[in-house]
Design a protein around this ligand. Structure first.
Ligand SMILES: [Zn+2]
Length: 488
């Protein structure tokens, strides 16, 4: 009897020791070979930014090594400088709707801008110019021309003036939302550079993947959330290396508390003013990451950050980073969980697999809503999935909307955020539900991710992949849902 107790005790101690070791062993962050391969040969963009809290600005020095991939000689490089849209009420994306305007500018209008100080191309100072009224399309001439295949070096010095506002770009309640703030190369498509406006609805940004090296200097005590994991933090300087990303975003605050874990080789960090909220955010972030990694294929980056931002839009996605609203965090529970699940799905549908957010916004938004249904079913069962589908998608099909406004319409067709959401998110997802009832989409989604990660998929690519993966021509069904008016 005594012997048995000793054996049981010894065994117990051994198990306890193994468990302790397992807990103490730091989980390792792993880097996927696909990701490194995707980064090869991409444009290199280096940003050095300093945050000036008093002036509410960032001083930036940026170097871009850009290859001419247009198939023809160019006389200039074209960059997008989105902060300039915030200079005045005529071009601000938040001024089109009264309710949105009041929510985004709680203290009244505040101007934001990207103020260029100097531009150099291949070592020569050049006279740049803007080609649109909002000054979001910057043309930087290349002396002697830019041959096809040639790589040029651009050096820009500028100041980002942050507006005082609650948005994806702005400072509010001591949180700096630095989304679409830095200059990025315009996309070349069908013989021209894309020059879309900063539309008041949706996420009007189209970009290709590039490699970013970023350093950010912040005042003492400021905490940075970013599109990459910090390689080092020394003397208030955060250094990052982000491969194969469409943009580089940051959220910075002196008030952030963090919660962090490593799961399946990915470092996941949540940032919020309240430590308990950061914990809850982390819980949902890791759950969503695990769910979609299983369903669609491994998460593409070595880190994922979720950060609190004061804005009225629920959430906003960037590569490796999701912004989540203060209101949702305060609400917590299922609403927050589903918002995190939607935003996290964007890491697959927008960040990895790029699409045309201006002309076919359903291609990522509806797919993220559909991914949310899969998430809901996995964690809460088929009845929750059905309920959610009824609440969001089926209801949306019954609302009357003006002629011509269909899920397949471009951003310019939508008069309000609410109509945009109803049609593009919910009716768009109803289309995917209909497809899924015809042929389950699981295999297609895996193929679509596998074949288009780090590229941009057009609607035709989506349709072609759907045909290849399912063996069925589903384009008539898609046209029915995406391009046809419903007569209620
Ligand atoms: Zn979305």
């Amino acid at each position: 009897m005594k012997k048995r107790i000793v054996v049981v005790l010894a065994l117990g101690l051994m198990i306890a020791a193994i468990v302790c070791l397992a807990i103490r062993q730091p989980a390792e962050i792993t880097v996927s070979p696909e990701w490194l391969q995707a980064a090869e040969g991409l444009d290199e963009i280096t940003i050095s930014a300093k945050l000036n809290a008093e002036e509410r600005s960032l001083s930036v020095q940026q170097t871009l090594h850009l290859q001419n991939r247009t198939g023809q000689k160019q006389d200039a490089a074209v960059l997008r400088t989105w902060p300039n849209a915030f200079q005045n009420l005529d071009t601000s994306p938040c001024a089109a709707e009264e309710g949105i305007m009041a929510a985004c500018y709680p203290a009244g209008f505040s101007s934001g801008a990207l103020l260029m100080v100097q531009a150099e191309a291949n070592g020569q100072s050049v006279l740049y110019r803007y080609t649109d009224d909002a000054k979001t399309v910057l043309k930087v001439p290349v002396p002697g021309g830019w041959q096809d295949g040639e790589t040029i070096e651009l050096k820009l010095t500028y100041t980002i003036q942050m507006p005082q506002m609650a948005y994806r770009f702005g400072v509010w309640e001591e949180i700096w939302a630095i989304g679409n703030a830095f200059a990025i190369p315009a996309v070349w498509e069908d013989g021209a550079f894309r020059t879309d406006a900063y539309a008041p609805v949706g996420d009007p940004f189209v970009s290709d993947c590039a490699n970013y090296t970023v350093t950010v200097t912040v005042p003492k005590g400021y905490v940075c959330a970013a599109s990459a994991k910090a390689a080092s933090v020394e003397n208030h300087v955060y250094s990052y290396r982000a491969f194969a990303v469409r943009d580089f975003a940051l959220v910075i605050s002196p008030g952030f508390k963090t919660a962090q874990t490593v799961q399946n080789g990915v470092q996941i960090t949540a940032y919020a003013a309240d430590a308990a909220q950061a914990k809850e955010l982390l819980k949902y972030g890791r759950k969503a990451l695990e769910t979609y990694s299983e369903a669609f294929g491994s998460y593409p980056y070595p880190s994922y950050s979720l950060a609190q931002v004061s804005f009225p839009h629920g959430g906003m996605e960037y590569p490796g980073l999701s912004m989540i609203s203060t209101d949702l965090l305060a609400e917590g529970g299922r609403e927050l969980e589903y918002a995190v699940a939607h935003e996290t799905a964007h890491q697959w549908w927008y960040a990895a697999v790029g699409s045309d957010g201006w002309n076919q916004p359903w291609q990522d938004e509806a797919l993220c809503e559909f991914s949310l249904l899969e998430y809901a079913e996995k964690h809460y069962g088929p009845s929750e999935r059905n309920d959610l589908e009824q609440r969001r998608m089926e209801t949306a099909l019954r609302v009357t909307v003006p002629q011509g406004i269909t899920p397949g319409a471009p951003l310019s067709y939508f008069p309000s955020m609410s109509m945009y959401k109803l049609v593009v998110y919910d009716r768009g997802a109803a289309c995917l539900c209909a497809l899924d009832r015809t042929v389950p989409l699981d295999g297609f989604l895996r193929d679509y991710y596998q074949n288009y990660a780090f590229r941009r998929a057009m609607r035709a690519d989506f349709e072609q992949q759907l045909f290849e993966s399912t063996g069925e021509d589903l384009t008539p069904l898609m046209r029915d849902y995406l391009d046809t008016n419903i007569l209620n």
